[in-house]
Design a protein around this ligand. Structure first.
Ligand SMILES: *Cc1c(COP(=O)(O)O)cnc(C)c1O
Length: 965
C-alpha cells in the first residue's frame, strides 16, 4: 500500500468535511433511502439537464484553514491603516473589547436570525428596543426604527416618507443643502431620479425662498464641520409646507440641541462612531427617527412592546413584520435585512459608557477640536467655520499638496476638498499628541506648542453657540446606567444572549434564508485592524489589500454565477435588486427605450421584489403560478406579449421560492428577451445552484447574491448582509459608482445605491474565505448536499405532512414547503401552533406562511448533520402525533400542548398546573431533550395586543424595575 507523501499530508484540506454536515457514507446512505445509487444520481434526476453547467467553475482546490488565514493576512498587510481625519460621516472609534469579544466575535449574537419568531428572540429584541430608545433620546424624536442600511439610504428613505406624508404640498421638488455629505446627496439623487422627484442642491435658505418643495434635507453639523442652528430654516420650511429631514452626527448630539427640539420631521444618521469600526465603509447601523404621526409610514423594522399569553411583557417586531409580503409594490420601503448586529453594538457602547461617559467622550473630542483650532489660529490658519463640533475646514490655497504630502508622510489622512481646502475631523481616538502632529503637518514647522498648554485658553464649548447647547437629558433609562462595570456589562450581554436561539444552539431551518455554518476561520479577519480600521474614502494606495481581495472575490463570484461583471456596492439583497433594476432601466434608456417600465413578477415572489421594482420606478405586473407552483407559462407569454412595447424586465427567483427547479426557466428567459425585456434572477436561492448551474449562463442578465445566505456571512440577528450583483457585459456600464471614491471602470455620472463604494466591505473577507476554503469541488459538493438534505427531510416528512410542491421527478430543490392547511382544516391546529411547539422541542421554526399562507418552508442547508436532520424530523413527526391526538380527542381541542406552546420554565415549575396534559409532555415531549433543553423566556407573544397598543420605546422605568426585581 502506498503511503501519502509529505505533500499530501500537509495539504490535506479537511474544511470541506467540517462545513458539510453528513459524512460521505451518510450521503451515500441518504441517497439510497431516496431511491438513488448515489448523490450524483439524485442531482441528475433533480436539476434539469438543460441548465446544468457544461464547464466546471475555474476555482482552485480546497485550502486548509491555516493557509487561508495566512493568505488573508498577506492581503491585510497590503492595507495601510493611517490615522483618519477624513470624517464625511465615518470616524474612528474604540470598540470596547468586552463588546468586540462577546458580541461582534460571538456566534450567540452574530448567527441569530431576524427576530420573526419573538419567543426565541427576546434578547436581541431587547437590545434593539434599547437602540430605538437611544436614538429617540439623542434625536429628540417620538419614534425610531431598529436600523437602516446606511446614512445615504436612510436619507433617501426619509425623502420618500416626506413625500408620502406631506399631504399639504404635492410638489415634486426636494431641496438638499449643499453641505450634506456628498455620498448622501448622490444616493438621494439616484433615488429621486427614477421616482420623478426633482432634487435641487444648494443654499437651502435661497432655494426655499424661490421654490415650492415637499421636503428638504439638512446636515447637522454640515459636512465641512459648520454647526448651524437649523431651526430658522425649519421654520421657514414649515411655513412653506415643506417637511424637513435633518441628517445628524450621533456624537455631536450628545452636546448640541437635538434636531427634534429644533423642529425636524425626520432625523437620520449613522451610529458607526458608537464603537463600530469604519470597516472601509461598513457594516454600520444607520438610524431613522420621526414623529409619532408618521409611524405607519416609517421604513424598516420597528420593535414594539407587547404581552405574552400570561400577560407578561414580551417584545416583538411591530408593524413591518410582514409589511412587504402583504403590501408588495405599495410597501413603504424594500428594506429587509438591515444592520441589527451593528445597532446592538452601538447600543451596548452607549450602555457601557452611560450618559456621563458618552458626554465626556464628546466633550473631549470637542475640546481637542477647540484646542486644535486655537493652535491653528496662532499659526495664522483660521478655520472656515467658527461654529463646530469636531470638524474644521481650512483654506490653505496653494499649500494644499505640500500639506497633504506631509500628512501622508506622517501616516495621516486629511480630507482633501476642492479650491485648496482641507478638512479635519477629530474623533474619540484623537489625543493631544495627534493635535500637535497636525499643527506640524499644517505649518511645516517642528516647533509647535504643547496642546495641554493651550487648554487653559478654552472655556466651555467654544464651537457651540449658547443657543445650540444641549439642555435636555438623555439615556436616563436604567438600561443605560446599570452596566458600567465590566462584570455587569458582561453578564447583561450574556443574559440577553441566553434568551435566544442562534446557530450555536440548534438548526435554524428557515426556508429562503440559508442559515448555514459561519465558520470561525471565515470570521477572523473581520476584526483585524487592517480590514476594520480603514476609512471608505482612504486613498487607493492604502487599500491595496482590499482591492486585491475584491478582485479575487469578483473572480470567484463570476465563476459561481456565470456573469461578466460584479458590483460590490449593494449592502443587502434588497439593495441588489434595486441596483440591478436600475442597471436595467439605464440600459433601456441608453437604447432610447424610455417607455420600458413594466416589471413582470410571479405571484410567488419575495416581497422585496415588487417593493424594489416600485423603488426603481417600475410598474409591477403579476404573473400567475400554476397548480404545481410553477410560473404559468401561458400567463407569462400573454403578459409579455401584451407589454411587448413597454416590457422592462422580469424578476424570478431560481430555483423558485416554491423550492423546485422549474424546467421552463430557459424558455421563460427567451420569451422575455423576445419581447425586449431583461431577466432578473433573484439569487437568494443560489445555494441550490453554485457549481451545478449558473444564472448568467442559462439566460439571466442580472442577479443579486445574498452573501449572508449562500456565502456564509452570518445574519447577525437581522443584518448585516451583502447583496452584490452579477450582470452580463451589456449591463456592466450601468453599475453603481461613488461620488467621493469612484469605482474604477465606470462613468462617474452613474447611479449610487449605497453610501460606500463597496457597501459593507469589511465582511467580504468572510465570503472570500468560504470560497477559498471550499475550493471549486467543495462548493459543488455543498450544493449537492444542500439538495440532498432537503430531499431527505421531504422524504422523512412526507408520510406525516403533505409536501406542497415538487419538480417533475418528485424531488424538491434545496428547500421544501410543508403544507399545514389540510391539517388545520381537520384539527384546528395552526401552522403557528406547530412553529411555537417546535420551540419546546428546542428548534427555531421554519419560515412561516411564505411564500404560501398556512405552510412551513424548511431549508436545512448542507451544514446540518444527519443527526440534526433526524432530530428535527423526529420533532415534527412527534408534533404530528400530538395533532393526531388532538384530532382523536386524546388531547383537548383547546387546552393542548400545541395551543399553549411554547411552555416556559415558569409554566412547568409553577405549583398550579391545571392543564389536562402532563408537565412532562409540555417540557420533555422527547427523551433527547433531557440532555439539552432550551427554555423560551416568554410565552406566546400576543400580536394583536401589540398592534393595538403600539409602544416602541423601553418600558417605563418602574415597570422595568419591577420585571428586573
Ligand atoms: C432574503 C431574500 C431577499 C431579500 O434579501 P435581503 O438581503 O434580506 O435584503 C429577496 N428575495 C428572496 C427570495 C429572499 O429569500
Amino acid at each position: 500500500m502506498s503511503r501519502p507523501s509529505l505533500f499530501d499530508l500537509e495539504n490535506h484540506a479537511d474544511f470541506v468535511q467540517r462545513h458539510i454536515g453528513p459524512t460521505a457514507e451518510q450521503q451515500q446512505e441518504m441517497a439510497r433511502v431516496l431511491g438513488y445509487d448515489s448523490l450524483d444520481a439524485l442531482i441528475d434526476d433533480t436539476v434539469p439537464a438543460a441548465i446544468r453547467r457544461q464547464v466546471p467553475m475555474d476555482l482552485p482546490p480546497p485550502r486548509t484553514e491555516q493557509s487561508v488565514i495566512d493568505h488573508l493576512r498577506s492581503l491585510a498587510r497590503q492595507n495601510v491603516v493611517n490615522k483618519s481625519y477624513i470624517g464625511t460621516g465615518y470616524h474612528d472609534t474604540y470598540t470596547p473589547p468586552v463588546i468586540q469579544r462577546n458580541v461582534l466575535e460571538n456566534p450567540g449574537w452574530y448567527t441569530a436570525y431576524t427576530p420573526y419568531q419573538p419567543e426565541i428572540s427576546q434578547g436581541r429584541l431587547e437590545a434593539l428596543l434599547s437602540f430605538q430608545q437611544m436614538i429617540m433620546d439623542l434625536t429628540g424624536m417620538d419614534l425610531a426604527n431598529a436600523s437602516m442600511l446606511d446614512e445615504g439610504t436612510a436619507a433617501a428613505e426619509a425623502m420618500t416618507l416626506l413625500q408620502r406624508v406631506n399631504k399639504k404640498n404635492r410638489s415634486r421638488l426636494f431641496i438638499v443643502a449643499e453641505d450634506c455629505h456628498p455620498q448622501t446627496i448622490a444616493v438621494v439623487k439616484t433615488r429621486a431620479a427614477v421616482l420623478d422627484i426633482e432634487v435641487l442642491v444648494g443654499d437651502p435658505e435661497q432655494l426655499l425662498a424661490t421654490n415650492e418643495a415637499f421636503g428638504m434635507l439638512l446636515q447637522y453639523p454640515g459636512t465641512h464641520g459648520h454647526l448651524r442652528d437649523v431651526s430658522p430654516l425649519i421654520e421657514q420650511a414649515h411655513e412653506a409646507k415643506t417637511l424637513v429631514t435633518v441628517a445628524a452626527d450621533i456624537m455631536a448630539l450628545l452636546l448640541v440641541k437635538s434636531p427634534g427640539d429644533l423642529g425636524a420631521d425626520v432625523v437620520v444618521g449613522n451610529s458607526q462612531r458608537f464603537g463600530v469600526p469604519m470597516g472601509f465603509g461598513g457594516p454600520h447601523a444607520a438610524y431613522f427617527a420621526t414623529r409619532e404621526a408618521y409611524k405607519r409610514s416609517t421604513p424598516g423594522r420597528i420593535i414594539g412592546v407587547s404581552i405574552d399569553r400570561r400577560g407578561n411583557q414580551a417584545l416583538r417586531m411591530a408593524m413591518q413584520t410582514r409589511e412587504q409580503h402583504i403590501r408588495r409594490e405599495k410597501a413603504t420601503s424594500n428594506i429587509c435585512t438591515a444592520q441589527a448586529l451593528l445597532a446592538i453594538m452601538a447600543t451596548f457602547y452607549a450602555m457601557y459608557h452611560g450618559p456621563q461617559g458618552l458626554r465626556r467622550i464628546a466633550e473631549r473630542i470637542h475640546r481637542l477640536t477647540a484646542i486644535f483650532a486655537h493652535g491653528m489660529a496662532a499659526l495664522d490658519m483660521d478655520p472656515g467655520n467658527a461654529q463646530f463640533f469636531d470638524t474644521l475646514t481650512f483654506d490653505v490655497g496653494d499649500e494644499q499638496q505640500a500639506i497633504v504630502d506631509r500628512a501622508l508622510a506622517s501616516g495621516v489622512n486629511l480630507r482633501i476638498l476642492e479650491n485648496g481646502r482641507l478638512g479635519v475631523a477629530l474623533d474619540e481616538t484623537t489625543c493631544a499628541q495627534d493635535v500637535e502632529a497636525l499643527w506640524r503637518i499644517f505649518s511645516g514647522k517642528d516647533d509647535v506648542p504643547a496642546a495641554a498648554a493651550l487648554d487653559a485658553n478654552i472655556d466651555g464649548y467654544p464651537g457651540i453657540p449658547e443657543a445650540l447647547q444641549r439642555e435636555t437629558d438623555y439615556l436616563q433609562h436604567p438600561l443605560f446606567n446599570d452596566y458600567h462595570s465590566e462584570t455587569e456589562m458582561l453578564r447583561y450581554m450574556r443574559y440577553l444572549e441566553d434568551k435566544d436561539i442562534a446557530l450555536n444552539r440548534a438548526m435554524i431551518p428557515l426556508g429562503s434564508c440559508t442559515m448555514k455554518l459561519n465558520a470561525t476561520t471565515e470570521m477572523l479577519p473581520v476584526t483585524w485592524p487592517e480590514f476594520a480600521g480603514l476609512h471608505p474614502f482612504a486613498p487607493a494606495d492604502q487599500t491595496r489589500g482590499y482591492q486585491a481581495m475584491l478582485e479575487e472575490l469578483d473572480h470567484m463570484l463570476l465563476e459561481a454565477t456565470g456573469y461578466d461583471a460584479i458590483s460590490m456596492q449593494p449592502n443587502a439583497g434588497s439593495q441588489g435588486e434595486y441596483a440591478g433594476l436600475l442597471a436595467i432601466m439605464r440600459y433601456h434608456q441608453s437604447r432610447g427605450d424610455h417607455q420600458r417600465k413594466v416589471c413582470l413578477i410571479p405571484s410567488s415572489a419575495h416581497g422585496t421584489n415588487p417593493a424594489s421594482a416600485a423603488l426603481a420606478g417600475m410598474k409591477v405586473v403579476i404573473v400567475e403560478c400554476d397548480e404545481r407552483g410553477n410560473v404559468d407559462m401561458d400567463d407569462l407569454k400573454l403578459k409579455a406579449e401584451r407589454h411587448t412595447e413597454d416590457l422592462a424586465a422580469i424578476m424570478v427567483t431560481y430555483p423558485s421560492t416554491h423550492g423546485v427547479f422549474e424546467e421552463s426557466i430557459i424558455e421563460l428567459c427567451e420569451v422575455v428577451h423576445q419581447h425586449g425585456g431583461q431577466v432578473y434572477v433573484d439569487g437568494a436561492n443560489l445555494n441550490a445552484l453554485v457549481g451545478i448551474a449558473a444564472p448568467g449562463k442559462f439566460g439571466a442578465d442580472v442577479s443579486h447574491l445574498n452573501l449572508h445566505k449562500t456565502f456564509c456571512i452570518p445574519h447577525g440577528g437581522g443584518g448585516p448582509g451583502m447583496g452584490p450583483i452579477g450582470v452580463g457585459a451589456h449591463l456592466q456600464p450601468f453599475l453603481p459608482t461613488n461620488p467621493v471614491s469612484p469605482v474604477p471602470g465606470l462613468d462617474t455620472a452613474n447611479d449610487v445605491v449605497s453610501a460606500a463604494p463597496y457597501g459593507s466591505a469589511s465582511i467580504l473577507p468572510i465570503s472570500w474565505a468560504y470560497i477559498a476554503l471550499m475550493g471549486g469541488e467543495g462548493l459543488v459538493e455543498a450544493t449537492k448536499v444542500a439538495i440532498l438534505n432537503a430531499n431527505y427531510i421531504a422524504h422523512r416528512l412526507q408520510d406525516h405532512y403533505p409536501i406542497l410542491y415538487t419538480g417533475t421527478t418528485g424531488n424538491v430543490a434545496h428547500e421544501c414547503i410543508v403544507d399545514i392547511r389540510p391539517l388545520k382544516e381537520a384539527s384546528g391546529v395552526t401552522e403557528e401552533d406547530i412553529a411555537k411547539r417546535l420551540i419546546d422541542y428546542g428548534f427555531h421554526a421554519p419560515t412561516m406562511s411564505f411564500p404560501v399562507a398556512g405552510t412551513l418552508m424548511v431549508e436545512p442547508t448542507e451544514s446540518e448533520s444527519l443527526f440534526e436532520l433526524d432530530r428535527f424530523c423526529d420533532a415534527l413527526i412527534a408534533i404530528r402525533q400530538e395533532i393526531d391526538a388532538v384530532q382523536a380527542g386524546r388531547l383537548d381541542a383547546a387546552d393542548n400542548p400545541l395551543a399553549n406552546a411554547p411552555h416556559t420554565l415558569a409554566d412547568v415549575a409553577a405549583s398550579d398546573w391545571d392543564h389536562p396534559y402532563s408537565r412532562e409532555l409540555a417540557a420533555y415531549p422527547v427523551e433527547s431533550l433531557r440532555r439539552y433543553k432550551y427554555w423560551a423566556p416568554v410565552n406566546r407573544v400576543d400580536n394583536v395586543y401589540g398592534d393595538r397598543n403600539l409602544f416602541c420605546a423601553c418600558p417605563a422605568i418602574d415597570a422595568y424595575r419591577e420585571t428586573a426585581d
